[in-house]
Design a protein around this ligand. Structure first.
Ligand code: SOE
Length: 392
């Protein structure tokens, strides 16, 4: 059981869109399934629009709401600030929270620019000296099959890594009349498919292999350069205006390849224009003695191949739903599936455990900065016709 005698961890969330819903669910659920060292109190949520804010607070279970995020961040009765705003606000909110002595969880990608990400990593390093911690929300690390992949690589199961291939495919922008949401506006989102979903595959590959990308070459495209303005936001998209249109200022797709610090080669593709693919984050890791493959649209399984099992056997489909698999014991009996939201719940579990132990939760802002270096290098390479670009 979560220790009721310990002081609670009092949380505030800034922003309340799609990610706000996923994070709220996690804050509420983690202590019901995992034995957390501290009880969680969902104290306050902040946002700009008083009506949608009130509705979000009631629906997702926050006790209070406030349209002034600064006031919330400075409150004495808040221990942790969860940042789920568009990327353009990450730096300002996260740095203010760290300066005010609050632990921070910040959605990915860490920031919209390398300079902002650098300032955030610096603020996090200073805060750490005072026992205050920051973490960036690459939640897919907490999908049991992804964590298992990491453990198998670490234990030498597939030998030395030679190649990795990763794609993140969605189709919600295939329709040329899908409206201009903030995710299509460079000043709010920083980049398009590259930062939104490319960031996930870069992190997944660096995490699972335990290696960093050292250089890249890439290209980006914006296939639809103008779209109807957004009248009303609904989920990832919304209702499009019939008369007003505006420019798309981010990429629709990015393809790139890079070198890994262990000497291997890595390829990547991120697109929100792959008809039929809804949320297909897929990767395959090829080592000297075996390989691993994962598909988020089939997230309870990991494909494992080992030459030791017989060269003709092909990949084995491992159902990652046994109690010995990462995080699974806290949930259902074997074979009873987990979903998208569980990664967020596991993230809260690991974050609270690390804070309580006085340890740096992972991924740290430094790890978020490393992903940002990759994204920035891809953009620089793409601007120079795919020129080879070492990471700076
Ligand atoms: C939208 O493309 C999105 O919601 C991303 O922003 C999330 O990070 C990813 O988990 C799913 O797709």
């Amino acid at each position: 059981m979560t220790d009721a005698a310990r002081p609670p961890l009092r949380v505030a969330m800034i922003g309340h869109g799609f990610m706000g819903a996923a994070h709220s669910h996690a804050w509420r659920t983690a202590q019901r399934f995992f034995d957390l060292p501290r009880r969680i109190e969902m104290v306050a949520v902040a946002g700009r629009n008083p009506e949608t804010l009130r509705e979000a607070a009631d629906r997702y279970g926050w006790s209070e709401c406030d349209t002034d995020w600064r006031r919330v961040v400075e409150r004495d009765d808040i221990d942790l600030v969860d940042v789920v705003t568009p990327g353009s606000a990450h730096m300002e909110v996260a740095v203010a929270a760290l300066d005010a002595g609050k632990h921070v969880l910040c959605e990915k990608p860490l920031a919209n620019t390398l300079a902002e990400a650098g300032a955030m990593a610096e603020a996090a390093a200073k805060a750490r000296e005072r026992g205050v911690f920051a973490m960036v929300g690459f939640t897919y690390r907490r999908v049991p099959a992804v964590r298992l992949a990491r453990e198998l690589v670490e234990s030498g199961e597939i030998g030395r890594i030679r190649q990795t291939r990763a794609v993140y495919l969605q189709d919600w922008l295939s329709d040329e009349n899908a409206p201009l949401t903030w995710r299509l506006d460079r000043s709010a989102a920083g980049s398009g498919a590259l930062g939104d979903i490319g960031a996930h595959i870069v992190d997944a590959i660096q995490y699972v292999t335990g290696q960093e990308l050292t250089g890249v070459s890439g290209m980006t495209r914006t296939f639809v350069t103008e779209r109807p303005m957004l009248e009303e936001s609904v989920g990832l998209s919304g209702r499009a205006s019939e008369s007003r249109r505006g420019p798309v200022t981010v990429d629709d797709a990015a393809v790139f390849f890079g070198t890994l610090s262990g000497g291997g080669l890595a390829t990547f593709e991120a697109t929100r224009m792959a008809p039929g693919r809804k949320n297909a984050l897929r990767f395959e890791i090829s080592g000297t003695t075996g390989a691993l493959a994962f598909d988020l649209e089939d997230l309870n399984t990991l494909q494992v191949f080992s030459f030791a099992d017989g060269n003709t056997a092909g990949f084995r489909r491992v159902l990652v739903t046994e109690p010995e698999h990462p995080y699974v014991a806290a949930w259902w009996p074997p074979g009873h599936m987990l979903g998208y939201e569980h990664g967020f719940t596991h993230q809260v579990r690991d974050l609270v455990a690390a804070i309580d132990a006085g340890e740096q939760p992972r991924p740290s802002f430094e790890e978020g900065l490393q992903v940002q270096r990759v994204l920035e290098a891809v953009e620089r390479s793409a601007a120079a016709d795919a020129r080879w670009t070492p990471l700076t």
